[in-house]
Design a protein around this ligand. Structure first.
Ligand code: UD2
Ligand code: MN
Length: 246
């Protein structure tokens, strides 16, 4: 669990092409997979974290670069332990981080969808991506589970012996406080689904850098309660109260 320097990783992972692309040398890859990692530098901007919204931005920006067919939505702090847990998309959206050390390698609850998930482009489009209205910690993963179900799709999982992860420890984040309205928002998941997602996410790309190991995108989301006309009242109220999501 030691921390390696970027320079040493760049020297080791020389098979990566610029932007963090990998392609097998001896065959043509069957699918094109993008791994989207939402990351906010723990010190940096003073807005409340919004994981779902960052996933939606990562999805759209990846598609501007390349014709990806499959998307893995991945917490920055999870390390896969077993390479039989394939980073690929199958017939149904798949929850990949089934067994995490932090949860004693057991699924916390049946509708759990946090951590890592694999969703095909076709399905993500149909689901309308993640919700944009969950600011702070919690709920956006449960909302995604509900969206998948309401879209008429199934969630699949590999067995807990294969789908194992370690979670890195870190201090509690500032500006990722518990989202107090997350349960109320979850009650509106069905109605919100078609208005709140990749179809209406708006943002500015401040920087996009094709680094050796990955592509780095710095964005500034444009979010306002007005976007969630149907049943985003809770989202609106929360934005107004904190007044720092704009
Ligand atoms: C759980 C879920 C996560 C998400 C979250 C609720 C697991 C393993 N993960 O995360 O998917 O549903 O609950 O919102 O159950 N991050 C930053 N900077 C910040 C804050 C968050 O980069 O300041 C990113 C980072 O990728 C991180 C992820 O958001 O891994 C989730 O945050 P966390 O790891 O602090 O919270 P955790 O593990 O409870
Ligand atoms: Mn975590």
């Amino acid at each position: 669990m030691s921390v390696l320097s970027w320079a040493s990783l760049e020297q080791t992972l020389t098979y990566l092409e610029i932007g963090g692309h990998f392609r097998p040398a001896g065959c043509v890859a069957r699918t094109k997979v993008a791994i989207v990692v939402p990351y906010r530098n723990r010190e940096a901007p003073n807005i409340t974290f919004n994981r779902g919204l960052l996933m939606n931005i990562g999805y759209q920006e990846a598609l501007r670069d390349y014709d990806y067919q499959c998307f893995i939505f991945h917490d920055v702090d999870l390390l896969p332990e077993d390479d039989r847990n394939l980073y690929s998309c199958e017939q149904s959206p798949r929850h990949m981080s089934v067994a995490i050390d932090k949860h004693n390698y057991t699924l916390p609850y049946e509708a759990y969808f946090g951590g890592v998930s694999a969703i095909s482009r076709r399905h993500f489009q149909k689901i309308n991506g993640f919700s944009n209205v969950f600011f702070g910690w919690g709920g956006e993963d449960d909302d995604m589970y509900l969206r998948i179900v309401y879209t008429g799709l199934d969630v699949t999982r590999n067995s807990a012996t294969v789908a194992r992860y370690k979670m890195l420890r870190h201090a509690e984040d500032k500006l990722n406080e518990l989202n107090a309205v997350r349960f109320r928002l979850l009650n509106t998941a069905r109605r919100r689904r078609l208005q709140d997602g990749i179809r209406n996410v708006k943002y500015t790309v401040l920087k996009k850098e094709y680094r050796q190991l990955y592509t780095w995108i710095l964005t500034s989301p444009h979010t306002s309660g007005a976007m969630f006309s149907v049943n985003g009242r809770e989202g609106l109220r929360m934005s107004q109260r904190k007044n720092k999501h704009f």
